[in-house]
Design a protein around this ligand. Structure first.
Ligand SMILES: O=C(O)CCC(=O)C(=O)O
Length: 278
């Protein structure tokens, strides 16, 4: 028996490669998470940037709580089963009126994972709609194999390499995924997806959490790590990441730096880059 999703919703995810809106943390918790992010940014005197937007759950206790939140994990378990790693997480932040965008891509392109049994839970921490640049997807495209991508490194592209699908994607085929704060969308690692710039007068903030069942492996990087968030790991393919001892502590920053360096080797392989783009 599924825990929270109806059998029909699970079937829709399998057929279309996405599902939204999924009620997860609710608007009050979303506002609290946004508040914690923005308090940190105010303390630092600048927006969260570069490597700090990746695997941020290794830097802050409150984000480590978010990736383990049962309201999210029950949904993930309904699709991926009971033994779960959080493999990664990323903040996708578009400032008000910012030209930042996300080109059409499949997440699987550079992640180096052994199989496409990978699901993202994209949690909205602000309104995400047509004006603010919500995600759009091509239903059913996850059933295609890996397609060719080209790297653009366009300065306004929020993806690591500014990668985009090498063939034209027909916008007529796209469906928008608007969300209210606290709602989430689910998407499959092979789904074609993109998002336009934010034309609203508020930030658009999403936290994308990448989940895998424990039998998935890293096949490109020599070593990889992940956070066991539910069940057990019978495979030992990933080093287990600890929970940060305190927010942005020296220990948490050191672990995050070491993990980021390894992530860069996988995500930016063959480009000569050694750090995340800002
Ligand atoms: O936040 C966005 O607009 C894009 C997110 C995305 O590409 C992803 O979560 O894989």
């Amino acid at each position: 028996m599924p825990k929270v999703l109806s059998p029909e919703a699970i079937e829709r995810y399998r057929r279309d490669g996405f599902l939204f809106p999924v009620e997860t943390i609710g608007s009050a918790d979303a506002a609290a998470y946004r508040g914690r992010l923005e308090a940190f940014e105010a303390e630092q005197g600048k927006p969260l940037q570069g490597a700090y937007r990746q695997k941020t759950h290794l830097l802050f206790t409150w984000l480590n709580d978010l990736i383990r939140d049962p309201r999210i994990l029950d949904v993930v378990e309904d699709v991926l089963g009971p033994n779960l790693f959080c493999w990664s997480s990323s903040f996708f932040i578009k400032e008000a009126g910012d030209p930042g965008y996300v080109s059409w891509h499949q997440d699987s392109t550079y992640w180096g994972l052994s199989e496409p049994t990978v699901m993202t839970v994209w949690v909205a921490l602000s309104p995400s709609n047509e004006l603010s640049g919500c995600m759009k997807v091509v239903p059913g495209s996850h059933l295609l194999d890996q397609v060719a991508h080209r790297d653009t490194f366009n300065e306004h592209n929020l993806l690591t390499r500014g990668q985009e699908i090498a063939v034209e994607v027909d916008e007529k085929d796209a469906a928008m995924m608007p969300l209210e704060p606290g709602q989430a969308s689910l998407h499959h690692v092979r789904l074609f997806h993109a998002s336009p710039p934010n034309q609203s007068n508020d930030r658009r903030i999403g936290y994308a959490i990448r989940y895998i069942p424990t039998h998935v492996r890293q096949v490109v990087g020599e070593k990889d790590s992940a956070t066991l968030v539910r069940g057990k790991d019978d495979y030992g393919y990933f080093e287990h990441e600890p929970r940060p001892d305190a927010d942005f502590s020296p220990e948490a920053q050191a672990l995050h730096a070491a993990v980021s360096e390894r992530q860069v080797q996988v995500l930016y392989r063959d480009t000569g880059r050694s750090t995340f783009r800002s």
